[in-house]
Design a protein around this ligand. Sequence first.
Ligand code: GUN
Ligand code: FE
Length: 423
Amino acid sequence: MTEQTRIELIKGNIIEAKRFGNPSITENGYIAVEDGVIAGVFAELPERYQNLPVSDYTGRLILQGFCDMHLHAPQFPMLGMGMDLPLLDWLKTYTFKTEARFADADYARRVYRRLTEELVKNGTTRVCIYSSTHADATLVLMEELERAGVSGFVGKVNMDRASGECQETTEESERETLRWLEESARFTRVKPILTPRFTPSCTNEILDWLGKLSQERGLHVQSHLSENRAEIELVKKLHPDCQQYWETYEKYGLWKEKTIMAHCVHSDEREQDAMIRHNVLCVHCPDSNINICSGFTPVRKMAERGVWLALGSDIAGGAQLPMLQVLTGALRMSKARAIATEGAEPFLTVGEAYYLATSAGAKYFGDAEGFAPGNRLHAVVIDDGEFPESTRTLTTKERFERAVYLAGAQDIVAVYGDGERIR
Ligand code: GUN
Ligand code: FE
């Protein structure tokens, strides 16, 4: 006999980012979930689901789970500190020292348990996350993510040049990467992704080795690109044969389908076109770009030109872990550009930014947009009952927009990750 299908029905105001634009709203509708997989979104409950128990969130808002497509787990201890220096000085002065502490796997366990709990509380159910150079601490991070119910990609960082307290030898970097990959095979919700930190931290030898490894094993790659002007100048000096920064990754086989590049603040149209051609994902990290004075990313223009864009907290360059804060940060950044260009560059709408924080990242994991049938359920239930009383009855779209700006962990009453309730 086959086991019975586990059916879950979830009722509430369902808000889906089916496109880069206005969200689709189903008021007091149902999401039917079979064995963790969405079977459909329904305004009325279909006959076949009658008389089954319902998780009833009538009147509340059901949003898609958030995808944080770029953050640094070992920077969690420095959250909210040391944002008085630009990127290269910030790395040398604060960041490498902090990350070096993760040689201690017990310390890593404590920090990563707290971090993963905070992710879930804030509705982040999928991540593409950097660890430190340490294979053991990276395995601890993978364990803690799985334990909390968060899925995604995790990278042991490679850095064998100009990396202060974090510096590895090339041999050590390769050996530890192979050991980490071997031990990563036991995880189901989290998968490894190759993570050369960024061109200035890597010798040509390690870039070449990682490029070949990625091709041989079909592994994805994440790194940083064109975040800061001094960084771009440094890359030019290190690779005079490359016309642009992205070509330092291309030269070693790291620039390919589904490569993730964080920031791209200063990428011009030529660099953006290279992203479009290769289906590279650009992760916009607005809070970080402001905190360490990297610049104003032309996020809406990039989206219009067809660059695949998603959002990242970039902890701890970014000081906001909740993706709702990152989402509103993206709105503010795009408005700063609209102001500076006197409207020549239109700003993002709330619906567009919601798409970037959810469906755009979910596509990286193979999902279709919105709560599409076939996707595993990733959802966040928000109770807006504690917000200020309004002068009139709000539409569901107005309530959604207000929740995007005002909701915090205290207003998130349920979280579903990878088909299961995780909070
Ligand atoms: N570039 C290389 N490493 C880092 C990092 O840790 N944070 C940010 N924001 N940029 C980087
Ligand atoms: Fe980063």
